[in-house]
Design a protein. Structure first.
Ligand SMILES: NC(=O)c1ccc[n+]([C@@H]2O[C@H](COP(=O)([O-])OP(=O)(O)OC[C@H]3O[C@@H](n4cnc5c(N)ncnc54)[C@H](O)[C@@H]3O)[C@@H](O)[C@H]2O)c1
Length: 355
């Protein structure tokens, strides 16, 4: 089978990781890079592929089998629309859009066109989330009643992450709720179903950017379960998915230790700590008492690289052998929750979320 030709739009932090995954894949090859920055010229030369300064210029020259949109959030919808107009399947990085309104426009255009489009919530392609979902769906926890989670991480201001070409990360449409919490929302919805109401506090008191650096959030799920979550990109700890899951997509310092978790999913029969997958539960109804010992076990899966699995899935989607696991509609539903978080933080009111 011929390898699919994939172009990457935006050769920055995540774009370069996608390029590594494409180059390692049996199913596809890198066909071109689209990036207007001067640094990208040398990078494309190193990769041995042509470079274009805009998506329009790429499409004027050639139509690849698929494109990956790894550009700043504020460009996703405009570029997604260009892919639809060109009839080229796309993997759009998360968040699917910089605003709910823009996301809904992309959802409508995608569904009307039939052009294949998926959203880069890559954790949904990993073995850690798959195992956690399997345990919960097996009924081992009984009815899920509460989830506690953290996305606490320290992004250094001294490493250029917020400066120069990257100041978009300080602006509305970005910020850790949009950039990071959206991944957590994808996970929370996979673990416990749809979120119907949010109450949040946010603060920019440490960095002083236009966007928050810290937020705390309470969630109500459609199932009746409740959740609480702390997020900060200026908190010095490894209590976050990137450091604890072992997926190590961004090759952070190997801070992973076998004993750290970032989620606790608790039900009427048992509790699962994620990602260590330590499970404690009652085995018999007559043992279900706070006076009785819980049975303990651990069911950790082999960790795979979810970005690599996502690329393989994208190739299958392009070939038409499966439907996107994370559709634009899913991405928009995650965005709805994030939008509600920001609205609640702004107004001080709880916000209900439409389905
Ligand atoms: N899946 C993940 O875990 C993950 C991780 C990081 C970032 N992201 C998402 O990926 C996107 C990019 O984030 P990043 O951190 O890699 O950003 P980045 O700033 O490091 O890279 C963005 C790249 O896009 C290029 N660019 C700017 N305008 C462009 C245009 N009009 N056409 C083509 N290229 C253009 C920039 O020159 C830069 O190289 C964001 O939406 C972000 O939320 C996802």
């Amino acid at each position: 089978m011929d390898k699919l030709r994939i172009a990457v739009v935006g050769a920055g932090l995540i774009g370069q990781r996608h390029i590594e995954m494409i180059k390692a894949s049996r199913l596809c090859v890198l066909s071109a890079i689209v990036d207007p920055s001067t640094g990208a010229v040398a990078y494309a030369k190193m990769q041995g592929v042509p470079i274009y300064t805009s998506l329009d210029a790429l499409f004027e020259h050639t139509k690849p089998a698929g494109v990956i949109l790894a550009t700043p959030n504020q460009m996703h919808v405009e570029q997604g629309m260009a892919c639809i107009a060109a009839g080229v399947p796309a993997l759009v990085e998360k968040p699917v859009a910089h605003s709910l309104e823009a996301g809904l426009a992309l959802q409508a255009a995608t569904e009307a066109s039939g052009v294949k489009m998926m959203v880069g919530h890559h954790r949904q392609h990993g073995s850690v989330m798959a195992k956690a979902v399997e345990v919960i769906q097996s009924g081992a926890l009984g009815r899920v009643v509460a989830i506690v989670g953290t996305m606490l991480i320290y992004k250094a201001e001294t490493e250029g992450y917020f400066d120069g070409a990257y100041t978009w990360r300080r602006e509305p449409g970005a910020g850790p709720v949009m950039i990071n919490m959206i991944h957590e929302i994808g996970n929370l919805r996979a673990l416990a179903g749809d979120i119907t109401e949010v109450h949040a506090f946010a603060s920019n008191g440490t960095r002083g950017f236009a966007v928050e650096d810290t937020a705390v959030m309470n969630f109500r799920f459609a199932s009746g379960a409740l959740g609480t979550f702390a997020l900060s990109d200026t908190a010095a700890t490894d209590r976050n998915w990137e450091h604890t899951s072992g997926e190590d997509v961004f090759r952070y310092a190997k801070a992973h230790t076998e004993s750290d978790d970032c989620y606790l999913v608790s039900g009427t029969w048992g509790t699962l700590a994620v990602p260590t997958m330590r499970l404690q539960r009652y085995l018999k109804d007559e043992d279900r008492s706070w006076h009785k010992a819980l049975q303990k076990s651990q069911i950790k899966p082999d960790v795979i690289n979810p970005l690599a699995a996502q690329i393989e899935h994208f190739c299958d989607v392009i070939r038409g052998t499966c439907e996107p696991r994370v559709t634009v509609r899913d991405g928009v539903q995650n965005l709805r929750v994030v939008d509600a978080i920001l609205q609640s933080a702004r107004t001080g009111q709880s916000v209900k979320i439409a389905g």
